[in-house]
Design a binder for this molecule. Structure first.
Ligand code: FHN
Length: 559
């Protein structure tokens, strides 16, 4: 796992016959993600395969793609050897449904990419759709060409998946990982078997979490899913530059360079890898907006990569309003996305030797460490220069005297706010058989019993009156259902309210997973120091998919 943990940033490439449609079918722009066009339009296989006869990416240049990944600061490259459409983008002997046998191009781009990656020092990896296959009579999810009842999934694994994996793992040199996906039909036994199969062929090759049933070497968040707080274990977020994975000429919903960098920094602070996708055209060209954005990310990475590569997640349980934290040995990197003159970091026990800017090691940042006995709070205050050194994210390096030790109790920010995430709460569930759980991003899941409740110990520096906001969520692709009411209390002070979807959050985290901010009411906290915040469910609409989904609770000082 070490190369993968150190890498933090990779390139995803979705490239296949779908690119030849540019997202259009029968003269109409289609909805949804580009590589799903065959499924969405229920295109008969005999029609879809015609795309191969005009798939001729003469402008494909493996070295240029790999150079772009490298310029962007990416350390690995994962490309679709076979996506759900079942078409092999390499020379496969298993059938003729592949780029060498079925297209006028007749070259094996994977051979060329493997070579270019090796030369550039980029770890080469394959995406392989082990479950959905809309070409194979036994693969899952093509019910317009094939009769679902006649399918034999085990035969598909035996006759197509394994022989193709063998090709991919024996003919292209060392492979960093196989990125399996959508484990909808596969059984646990079959997932374990596939993982072992990969490891037998190449012991060093990792297996993505989406091999199914939690048996992979690491876990993947949902697509474009951003964890709410810190996570445990090895995680990766697969993400798009616009909305589609496979090329769609009409998708111009490009994320800005600032968004991409802030996501990268956010994920690195949570110890999560970011595998960012490009969708090349059927000419073999990576869209120019993708190229531009990735080069801008790369320019930042060249100066600040030390704060990303080979780092560990922030040791804190909370994330801060000014940015994110990574660590390496006795260094703490403060990745500042919200520049300010006075930057506050609470809870650091370790003495700081010096603070410098990563982009200019000569710049010393004045700082002060103090202890506030009233709130039992260790504080570090840095006096930052007026001008931020980088427009996206500036990095301060704290050189520590000793190994890092921090107080992980969520502590009020210096501006008075305090966000709390369910993942860091204590769960109280008297009847264990109906204990709530958490989804990948750290929101509550399956909270259907009112007997369950959450509590957090917090540290308050400035007592006073607070607005209480509860951020509710819903399952992706499912409608919001009203009918939940909650109470938040601190000591004897409490406030209650119904949850609605009226106020949709526009934060980056909520771009693909809707979040709804609900202001309950106010509560008074009378003294500084440690308090306990409790969140209880008064009413739960058990018909709501996923039950009561809470993403965060936030205390905001009342003006
Ligand atoms: O269905 C696929 C989709 O086309 C794409 O490959 C993404 C990438 O993470 N994975 C699946 C959906 O989660």
């Amino acid at each position: 796992m070490q190369w993968w943990r150190d890498a933090r940033f990779g390139m995803f490439i979705h490239w296949g016959l779908y690119a030849a449609t540019k997202g259009y079918w029968n003269g109409k722009e289609t909805e949804g993600i580009g590589e799903w066009i065959m499924h969405r339009e229920k295109i008969p296989l005999r029609e879809y395969r015609q795309l191969a006869t005009r798939f001729n990416p003469t402008r494909f240049d493996a070295a240029a793609w790999v150079a772009l990944a490298k310029d962007a600061g990416m350390k690995y490259l994962v490309i679709t050897a076979k996506h759900h459409d079942g078409f092999a983008m390499y020379d496969s002997a298993v059938s003729d449904y592949d780029i060498v046998d079925a297209t006028p191009f007749a070259r094996d781009p994977m051979k060329e990419l493997a070579k270019a990656c090796k030369k550039a020092g980029i770890t080469f990896c394959f995406y392989y759709s082990q479950d959905q296959d809309w070409e194979d009579p036994n693969g899952s999810w093509n019910d317009w060409d094939y009769d679902e009842k006649k399918k034999n999934f085990a035969a598909y694994l035996r006759d197509k998946v394994k022989p193709q994996l063998r090709e991919l793992l024996t003919q292209y040199g060392p492979i960093g990982l196989i990125w399996f996906d959508t484990p909808f039909s596969i059984t646990r036994k079959q997932s374990i078997d596939l993982k072992r199969y990969v490891h037998r062929l190449q012991p060093g090759c990792l297996v993505s979490g989406r091999v199914g049933h939690g048996v992979g070497d690491y876990e993947s968040m949902g697509d474009n899913q951003i964890p709410v707080g810190q996570v445990q274990g090895d995680w990766e977020t697969p993400a798009t530059l616009n909305d589609t994975w496979g090329y769609k000429s009409g998708d111009r919903n490009w994320k800005s360079t600032e968004t991409l960098l802030h996501l990268l920094v956010d994920l690195a602070g949570k110890g999560v890898n970011y595998v960012l996708n490009v969708g090349p055209t059927d000419q073999g060209v990576i869209p120019s907006t993708s190229v531009k954005r990735l080069k801008e990310v790369g320019a930042w990475m060249r100066v600040h990569g030390e704060a990303i590569y080979g780092t560990e997640a922030s040791p804190y349980s909370q994330t801060f309003d000014w940015g994110r934290i990574t660590t390496k040995g006795r260094r703490l990197y403060l990745l500042v996305t919200g520049w300010r003159r006075k930057l506050n970091l609470p809870g650091l026990y370790t003495p700081v030797k010096k603070a410098t800017m990563l982009n200019d090691r000569g710049t010393r940042i004045p700082f002060e460490q103090s202890y506030n006995p009233l709130a039992d709070l260790h504080d570090l205050e840095l006096a930052l220069p007026a001008r931020k050194p980088n427009k996206y994210c500036s990095v301060i390096v704290l050189h520590l005297e000793e190994p890092i030790r921090v107080d992980t109790t969520p502590t009020q920010f210096s501006d008075g706010r305090l966000p709390l995430y369910p993942g860091t709460a204590e769960v109280h569930a008297p009847r264990n058989n109906r204990r709530l759980s958490f989804d990948e991003r750290g929101a509550t899941a399956n909270w259907t019993a009112k007997s369950n409740w959450l509590s957090w110990n917090i540290k308050v520096r400035e007592p006073g009156r607070f607005d209480v906001q509860v951020i509710a969520g819903k399952l992706r692709y499912r409608a919001w259902k009203p009918g939940h009411a909650v109470t938040v209390s601190v000591g004897r002070a409490k406030t209650t309210g119904r949850l609605t979807n009226r106020n949709r959050s526009t934060s980056r985290r909520a771009q693909y997973d809707d979040e709804f901010t609900n202001r309950l009411g106010t509560i008074q906290i009378d003294r500084p120091g440690t308090h306990t915040v409790k969140l209880r469910a008064d009413t739960i609409n058990r018909a709501a998919p996923g039950g009561l989904i809470i993403v965060a609770v936030e205390l905001v000082p009342k003006q």
